[in-house]
Design a binder for this molecule. Structure first.
Ligand SMILES: Cc1ncc(COP(=O)(O)O)c(C=O)c1O
Length: 423
């Protein structure tokens, strides 16, 4: 029995060997390659234990002490612990652990503050925003009137003058900061000032960087924002899911928007696993981890720059970097495929003002949450940069096996889910 497969892996193997094989193959994939997807991490055995628990059985519509079902007194303890831990960790007035995902948390904010057709100002997706920030393919762009800011061409960082101009012109009811491909720190005070000027609600979508905030490695948006939404599975290293923290004055409205407006019963196994992750995130070990995530990210970015890949904004302050590959004549899609062939998992990514369509893209995005969880340091990042440099130039695939062998040697020194703690 292995804690990484859930408490009853032997049972699963007997009942459903095909799905059991998926689980073991996925652990083998994680152990065998380099995971550089910026939005992923390797959760702890404690988080996985809570996820694979009988708490999944319980219907608990409502909130602790105010449920629509009987028998909630045990799961109430998990949610209350999680809420208290989140409030303490982030210095927030209120926390809601029930959003099933980051998208659900964002949907709840729209539901709480906007009527259909009202205006929202957010970062454009091709410049680093997110699908749920007003793109036409998402509820956020279909049901709301979205206006987008981007990055300045010269700096490739958020153009705060443009944010202010658009806010004054369109007077959105909701302004969103944050996104999925922003390598630099965000000036939350500047956003707050703009929102105060036009009387807008200020939401920070901190999905990517909330773990760095939890560990004290970067400044927090909590003192500035009306509401901060996030996923729990990125740097924060919790289970897949969403959360929000907010000012006291918005607590009742946001709770009602999560349930019953946008969701039904909470996933209590996920809520308990979020509580475990929040406890882990409050430790000195996690704080050191988040500092190392950034140190590694800077080292990896410097290494990739030395390989001819241009870091967007000139570098990074966070767990992720965006690299422009036009200088080496490789597209993002080619780089992603060539790296995958060499057991290096990363994603193609549009760069600001990208001449290529998103399906091709001129860049890649890399992140260090997973490799840092594995215990890798700056020296390993230099090696990884060299391996990526070789892989992206491997036009005919002849180098892939050799690079994969070197990846295998590297990850053997700092494995994902080391075998001493798992089968
Ligand atoms: C900034 C941001 N917001 C929201 C989400 C959505 O999270 P989920 O995939 O859990 O719905 C993501 C996911 O990558 C994200 O990066």
């Amino acid at each position: 029995m292995s804690q990484f497969y859930g408490p009853d892996f032997d049972e699963l193997q007997a009942v459903d060997p095909e799905i059991a094989a998926v689980l073991t193959d996925e652990v083998a994939r994680l152990r065998g390659g380099l995971q550089l997807i910026a939005s992923e991490n390797l959760t702890s055995p404690a988080v996985l234990a809570a996820l694979g628990s009988t708490l999944s059985n319980k219907y608990a519509e409502g909130y602790p002490g105010k449920r629509y079902y009987g028998g909630c007194e045990v799961v109430d303890r998990a949610e209350t612990l999680g809420i208290e831990r989140a409030k303490a960790l982030f210095g927030a007035d209120h926390a809601n652990l029930q959003p099933h995902s980051g998208a659900s948390a964002n949907l709840a904010v729209y539901g709480a503050f906007l009527a259909p057709g009202e205006k929202v100002l957010a970062m454009s997706l091709p410049h680093g925003g997110h699908l749920t920030h007003g793109t036409k393919v998402s509820f956020s762009g279909k049901w709301f009137d979205a206006v987008h800011y981007g990055v300045a061409k010269a700096t490739e960082d958020i153009d705060y003058d443009q944010v202010r101009d658009l806010a004054r012109e369109h007077r959105p009811k909701l302004v969103i900061a944050g996104g999925s491909a922003i390598p630099r720190l965000i000036d939350f005070a500047a956003f707050r000032e703009i929102c105060d000027e036009i009387g807008a609600i200020f939401m920070v979508d901190a999905a990517h960087f909330i773990g760095l905030v939890a560990g004290g490695a970067i400044p927090s948006p909590v003192p500035y924002a009306d509401v901060v939404t996030f996923t729990t599975h990125k740097v924060l290293r919790g289970p897949r899911g969403g959360m929000l923290v907010c000012k006291a004055e918005h607590a009742a409205k946001l709770d009602k928007a999560v349930f019953p407006m946008m969701q039904g019963g909470p996933l209590m196994h996920a809520v308990a696993a979020k509580a475990v992750a929040l406890k882990e995130a409050a430790t000195p070990e996690f704080q050191a981890y988040t500092r190392q995530v950034i140190t590694n990210s800077i080292a990896l970015t410097d290494g990739l720059a030395a390989e001819g890949m241009r870091p967007i904004t000139g570098g990074t302050d966070t767990h992720l970097a965006l690299l422009d590959l036009q200088g080496i004549g490789v597209t993002g899609a080619e780089a992603e495929a060539r790296c995958a062939a060499a057991s290096i998992v990363l994603n193609k990514n549009a760069i600001p003002y990208d001449p290529q369509p998103p399906s091709v893209a001129s860049g890649i995005r890399v992140g260090t949450p997973s490799v840092t969880t594995q215990g890798m340091d700056e020296a390993a990042m230099k090696e990884i940069a060299g391996l990526i440099g070789r892989a992206v130039r491997d036009t005919d695939g002849t180098a892939a096996a050799g690079i994969a062998a070197d990846v295998s040697t590297l990850v053997a020194r700092a494995p994902a889910y080391p075998r001493s703690t798992a089968h």
